[in-house]
Ligand binder design. Structure first.
Ligand SMILES: *Cc1c(COP(=O)(O)O)cnc(C)c1O
Length: 405
């Protein structure tokens, strides 16, 4: 069977060169990097090199990198680490974020509310964009942290990180951004971006799963989540995941080298896919910002269908896509991102995310553009709402009609 992978925002395959870099650390170079003898020194060398590679990728110094077990841990450490440290110093208990963050941010913020913090969740407009005036007005003298993502994992919408950083700096509020989806697609220079903390994850970047990094600007204090030995300058205990960390370093090197070509490749294919599907499928709509959007992401709602049904039909053709976000699939909750953008429950349920990557080809795109519209049509014919619409029984808008059930 054909296998076409259009789900790179969920995870990416490990590059050959990344795999090659990692394997010695699972076998020959097995020492503990904290040991001072020969076995430890070998591992220490690999750890130091990886830290230099990640620091270079982010435009920071090696002492500003904390290796973590995932993007999720990086987000948790940034929020809990900074917010608890600031509260303990009597600086306040208010956090600002948005309604469209990844669950790693949203659920951490919900937890912070349970332990006494106040959280402002900024809304977004129909393109998924926040309003900077609303952000400015939300900041109070109790605000200890702003955490706003760089690129949305579901729609690809990009937030103005640089401007948010300027606002935060002017008000002396610490600013963290989750840049997991932006990494490898845009240059991430933490100084130019005006950020105090920034999260990346290995497996969204053609590196391995189970490893990530958090940039913490020099002088930004945080309490650790994991207490233990003196690893990561006392900020994260635990003997380092050597193979994973070395893999993350190699993935950062590859990303910098290939970024320009990859972005052009993905954007060309993504535009072809969008144009083809929107033209050939009536009652379909592109979600996300028309221009300020990741070059690899197309999120499209098809009225009168269930995303899950579509996903299963495509899976039978060997095509891997995502409906809603991978983290919410398995539940029947519609996407919190699309709902925040004002989409009806029905339109949110009928959304499919295509996220492209290195291995995709024009043939992949043309295959989907050819195969998908008839499937949409077939599924729609099973929907009573679609028949009402086709018979022209009413000229109500779709969301009005859904309430007739
Ligand atoms: C995937 C993702 C994460 C979580 O990263 P893991 O390494 O899978 O824990 C966080 N934020 C965003 C935007 C993501 O896309």
């Amino acid at each position: 069977m054909k296998q076409i992978y259009f789900d790179h925002n969920a995870t990416t395959p490990v590059l050959d060169e990344v795999f090659e870099a990692m394997t010695p650390y699972l076998k020959e170079t097995w020492g503990n990097p904290s040991s001072i003898h020969w076995a430890g020194r070998g591992a220490r060398g690999g750890l130091d090199t990886a830290r230099e590679q990640v620091a270079e990728f982010l435009g920071c110094t090696t002492s500003e990198i904390i290796f973590t077990s995932s993007g999720t841990e990086g987000d948790n450490l940034a929020i809990k680490g900074v917010a608890l440290q600031r509260r303990d110093k009597g600086k306040g208990n208010h956090i600002i974020t948005t309604k469209v963050e990844h669950p790693a941010i949203l659920n951490t913020c919900k937890y912070m509310e349970k332990i006494g913090f106040e959280v402002t969740y900024l809304g977004v407009d129909g393109d998924g964009m926040i309003d900077l005036e609303e952000l400015k007005n939300a900041i109070t003298d109790k605000t200890v942290l702003i955490t706003i993502m760089y690129a949305n994992n579901e729609t690809g919408t990009l937030f103005p990180v640089k401007e948010i950083g300027e606002i935060a700096r002017a008000r002396r509020v610490i600013f963290h951004t989750d840049a997991v989806q932006a990494a490898g697609k845009y240059p991430l220079n933490v100084k130019e971006l005006n950020v105090d903390l920034l999260t990346i994850s290995g497996h969204k970047l053609y590196g391995p799963k189970g490893v990530g990094a958090l940039f913490v600007k020099r002088g930004t204090r945080l309490v650790p989540l994991i207490h233990g030995g003196h690893h990561e300058r006392n900020r994260r205990g635990g003997t380092e995941n050597m193979a994973g960390i070395v893999g993350l370093g190699a993935a950062c090197v590859a990303a910098t080298r290939d970024m320009e070509a990859e972005v052009a490749h993905c954007k060309g294919l993504r535009d072809r896919l969008e144009k083809g599907l929107l033209e050939k499928t009536p009652h379909s709509k592109l979600n996300g910002h028309p221009t300020l959007r990741l070059p690899n992401t197309a999120n499209i709602s098809f009225e009168f269908i269930e995303g899950e049904g579509m996903l299963l039909n495509l899976d039978m053709l060997g095509v891997a896509v995502s409906s809603g976000s991978a983290c919410t699939s398995g539940s029947l909750e519609p996407s919190h991102v699309l709902l925040a953008m004002g989409l009806s429950h029905e339109m949110s349920h009928g959304s499919i995310r295509f996220s492209l990557g290195r291995s995709n080809t024009e043939e992949d795109v043309d295959y989907i553009v050819e195969q998908m519209p008839p499937i949409v049509e077939r599924i729609r014919h099973m929907s009573p709402l679609y028949d009402v619409q086709k018979q022209g029984a009413s000229d109500l808008t779709f969301s009005d009609k859904s309430q007739m059930q």
